[in-house]
Design a protein. Structure first.
Lengths: 77, 436
């Protein structure tokens, strides 16, 4: 098996597992969401992280996919 | 990539295991009576509707101190001090009102102010005589209308950032839609940033003489223009545009009562002047010039979040991002944070973030670029490196208010230590206060 074939096979298996996990979702009623509604469980950045995200985007070439700004900002040193 | 695949497979297994923990139907102790004297009373749907006047829902204040040291400043061609301090402050006022049934409006009015000191900034002038300090101001406005019944929302935003050498004007349009069972949500955001980069060159690289429509002018390092009358005038330094357009998408899903995930993806395109004019590059022959990068860039970041409530006190917050762009940079970011709830209102959150990236095609260190190169930069932001960021955060949100002050409903303090393999080291400490 060539490395490319192995890579493709792993991709297919990974996608299959991902699909299986999504289809295994349970329908939750509002009273079952108490843990999910905890502020620590929020699927986003904390308010206190705001300026950390700024410095990371200036010191690193990669940015985005974090629900933040994708442009603008400063002409920093 | 193998690590990524293994992570996905591991996550999938975790989802399968947890889903089985939730398959039992609610049984309860309620037994339906065989007969009842109760007669349901019908009430009109609009009985509960009262238009709600504009009110302040929340005020958020965030302040940070950032300190950095390093030895690869782009201003001096990839060598020299990178010492930076930055004090950033932002205040956001969230106003809400309801003018129609099920239509909740939120207006977020923000204002930010930063003050920074950068040692390398002084060396925009060859002699180190330029000002090493600067300020930035950034107001923002965001209006969102939400259907309180369906949870769907639509909104518009505007943003401005201004500092001496860089102006940015931005706008966005965003909407979100929940699934029928409200366990999933899709959201999209279209953003546009229209920036102006002021062409402040290193002092020795400023064109000495410029011929304009009004005659010949001589430009000095400070931006003062000496015209034909022999007097110096503080003239506007020319700017060059930079445009960023992006489309951001996300989908979040509750998997079970303890686990939720989110997929994130952005498509970002940039056009215009993407270099910075005061960044020097030294060629192999010892001569220096200004950084020169392509005038377009396409970025593709793809992210994934997974949060899991472990037991009664511990939460796992994880994040992974893969990034690729057409300048040759590939990057992986992995983050994990483990909030421990000491009480329901007080938590301690240690965190760790690992980042790595490959170098851009156009990067080379000091005095290694060839004069024949088409594009060149010695900015270590585009070099190959990895970075570690770790620290701890504290969050307190008691029902009677922080320090017994009812108005201050939440306080967060967070400290982080950041190191890059380029020898850049920084520390950041932040405080967030939420007022109701």
């Amino acid at each position: 098996m060539t490395p490319i074939m192995i890579k493709r096979l792993v991709s297919v298996v990974a996608c299959a597992f991902l699909l299986l996990s999504v289809t295994s979702c349970v329908h939750l009623k509002e009273y079952q969401k108490s843990r999910l509604n905890d502020s620590e469980m929020a699927l986003g950045n904390r308010k206190v992280e705001k300026n950390e995200l700024n410095f990371e985007s200036y010191r690193e070439a990669a940015s985005g996919a974090n629900a933040g700004k994708t442009g603008g900002g400063c002409g920093c040193n | 990539m193998r690590k990524v695949y293994l992570s996905v497979i591991g996550f999938s297994l975790l989802c399968r295991l947890n889903s089985h923990a939730q398959t039992k139907q609610d049984t309860g102790l309620y037994i339906k009576p065989a007969a009842s004297l109760y007669t349901p009373v019908s009430t009109p749907d609009t009985a509960g509707y009262n238009p709600r006047a504009l009110r302040i829902d929340e005020i958020d204040f965030v302040t940070s101190y950032y300190g950095q040291t390093g030895d690869h400043s782009a201003v001096t061609g990839g060598i020299g001090t990178e010492q930076v301090t930055d004090i950033a402050n932002s205040l956001t006022l969230n106003l809400v009102w309801q003018n129609k049934p099920q239509k909740k409006n939120t207006l977020a009015v923000g204002l930010g102010f930063d003050y920074h000191s950068a040692a390398s900034q002084a060396f925009v002038s060859k002699t180190g005589a330029s000002s090493p300090t600067g300020t930035r101001i950034y107001p923002s406005l965001d209006w969102t209308v939400e259907n309180t019944k369906t949870g769907n929302a639509f909104g518009l935003g505007a943003y401005y950032s201004g500092e001496y050498n860089y102006q940015s004007l931005g706008a966005d349009l965003h909407f979100s839609q929940k699934t029928a069972d409200k366990n999933g949500e899709f959201s999209a955001k279209l953003q546009g940033y229209f920036d102006q980069v002021k062409l402040i060159y290193p002092s020795e690289l400023i064109p000495n003489t410029t011929t304009s429509d009004n005659g010949t002018v001589v430009t000095s390092a400070s931006g003062t223009v000496l015209s034909g009358d022999g007097h110096g005038h503080r003239a506007a330094i020319p700017s060059s545009p930079r445009t960023t357009l992006s489309a951001s998408f996300s989908y979040s899903q509750m998997i079970n009562s303890r686990l939720q995930i989110m997929f994130l993806g952005d498509l970002v395109t940039q056009h215009g002047y993407l270099s910075l004019p005061f960044h020097r590059v030294y060629f192999t022959n010892g001569k220096d010039t200004v950084e020169h990068l392509p005038s377009s860039r396409f970025k593709l970041p793809l992210g994934f979040r997974l949060n899991y409530f472990l037991g009664d006190n511990i939460i796992l917050r994880t994040y992974y991002r893969y990034y690729q762009d057409n300048w040759g940079i590939k990057s992986n970011t992995i983050g994990i944070e483990v909030p421990y709830k000491v009480t329901p209102f007080f938590s301690i959150s240690p965190f760790y973030r690992f980042y790595d990236q490959s170098a851009a095609k156009y990067f080379a260190p000091y005095e290694t670029h060839s004069p024949t190169d088409e594009y060149y930069t010695s900015n270590y932001e585009y070099s190959k490196f990895n970075a570690n960021f770790f620290g701890v955060g504290f969050r307190i949100a008691p029902p009677k208010g922080v320090f017994g002050w009812q108005g201050l409903h939440e306080m967060e303090i967070r400290y982080g230590h950041y190191t890059q393999t380029t020898d850049l080291v920084s520390d950041v400490v932040s405080l967030s206060l939420g007022f109701k």
